[in-house]
Design a binder for this molecule. Structure first.
Ligand code: FEO
Length: 421
């Protein structure tokens, strides 16, 4: 059975998919590619005392959403509107839904209030913030909520329909894959889309994913209804396990207890390379043998993608770049701009580089590292053209100092407040 533009599809007794198909979408949120388009999944849940709507659709698909909704419920039956996530691809039809069903109460996560205000611009908005354990009754059935923030925005939550073993999971377990056959055992092969979606939306928040899985593991889930892509009715636990596998670090297991420092560089005439080797050597000399693992990479190989996984697992990152026309060189920026999909908060960062005229690259990289929420505890090293022995010693000291910070040997810095005044 295929989903149709004008018909709702029953996914469980009294529960209908009322979403929209968007087969022609080729990029989502600008940066995520969608080779198969996507779906905006919304659902209607009928109870003995009213109907709940779970999410809506992107605004341009509102007509399709309302057409399906009207095939399974009257507007005056809608008592509950649950917004698992307020991103506009799920709330585009909300203003019109509220106009047609003004009696309905909105249920959002405790983190979603400001976003709802930003969407609806109303001072007298009526809504109920909910968190894990809160419930809303539809008479003979009950919805309950799971607080699962940052998956994919701070406001996100899941909704559980216990009598059907049905988890409305929002963006979690979703993927951008449009197939009108709707169910995971009927659609085409969406494994790539599922993992790609995880990599771009969930991976930066892997710790949050694992926290959400703890809540989900406690439930007897027999059906997962995400906000995008196929409804997961065949082996839903397979997708829960896949999320756990993708969220658990393999490299951390491989090098357990060892701090990792990655040194990246580019070098036109070998000067920045010499500095990189000195930074790495200084780091190697610090700490007990086996307490730190230092790796050196020449970014001239051109491909930055393979380094992203390494960076996610690393504890410290050092970037060496010459300055060309007042800027760090492009491969450094390419790598740094590839890191939005990984968690960087709390890692250590530093920079160094040789230059001919002005030498701005080091400070520019340091600023970018701070912008990415890395700690930059040590001032970078600059060398005009060929580094002197003193400058190479400064590079060794930079590596040594970073290693000490990573291994907990660094002396505490005493800040003289009088000197700051
Ligand atoms: Fe499907 Fe984060 O929106």
């Amino acid at each position: 059975m295929s989903a149709r533009a004008d018909h709702a599809t029953e996914i469980a007794p009294g529960v209908h998919w009322i979403g929209a198909l968007d087969p022609d979408l080729r990029s989502f949120d600008i940066i995520v590619k969608t080779a198969n388009g996507t779906t905006y999944n919304a659902y209607a849940v009928r109870g003995s005392e009213g109907v709940a709507i779970i999410d809506t659709v992107k605004a341009c698909f509102a007509d399709e959403f309302f057409c399906k909704l009207e095939s399974v419920a009257r507007y005056d039956e809608i008592r509950v509107i649950v917004l698992n996530h307020l991103e506009p691809d799920h709330t585009g039809a909300l203003p019109e839904l509220l106009r047609r069903a003004p009696q309905a109460c909105i249920y959002i996560s405790t983190r979603a209030k400001q976003m709802l205000k930003g969407l609806l611009h109303g001072d007298s908005l009526d809504f109920t913030p909910v968190t894990t354990g809160d419930t809303v009754s539809l008479g003979d059935r009950e919805l309950s909520f799971l607080h699962t923030p940052f998956l994919h925005w701070p406001d996100t939550q899941c909704t559980w329909l216990a009598d059907a073993g049905l988890l409305f999971s929002g963006d979690i377990f979703g993927c951008h894959f449009c197939d009108s056959r709707l169910f995971n055992d009927a659609v085409g092969d969406f494994r790539f889309s599922f993992d790609y979606y995880y990599a771009h939306l969930m991976r930066p928040f892997r710790e949050r994913v694992l926290q959400a899985l703890e809540l989900i593991d406690a439930l007897p889930v027999s059906l997962i209804a995400p906000a995008h892509g196929p409804v997961l009715r065949d082996r839903p636990q397979h997708y829960v396990r896949r999320y756990r596998d993708l969220s658990i670090s393999t490299l951390k297991n491989e090098a357990s207890g060892v701090k990792t420092l990655l040194v990246f560089y580019l070098s036109a005439y070998g000067n920045t390379r010499t500095m990189a080797e000195a930074v790495a050597a200084g780091a190697e000399e610090a700490g007990e043998p086996g307490s730190i693992r230092v790796s050196l990479f020449d970014l001239e190989v051109g491909e930055v993608a393979p380094f992203v996984d390494l960076i996610e697992e690393a504890d410290g990152l050092v970037f060496g770049s010459p300055t060309i026309n007042g800027d760090a060189v492009k491969p450094v920026w390419d790598l740094l701009s590839s890191l939005t999909a990984v968690g960087l908060r709390g890692k250590l960062g530093a920079a160094f580089g040789s230059f001919g005229w002005s030498g701005e690259a080091v400070a520019m990289i340091e600023d970018r590292l701070r912008g990415l929420k890395l700690r930059v505890p040590l001032k970078g090293v600059r060398a005009k053209l060929i580094p002197t022995e003193t400058e190479l010693e400064a590079c060794r000291a930079l590596g040594h100092g970073l290693a000490q910070h990573l291994t907990g040997q660094a002396e505490e810095q005493i800040i003289d407040m009088a000197a700051l005044a």
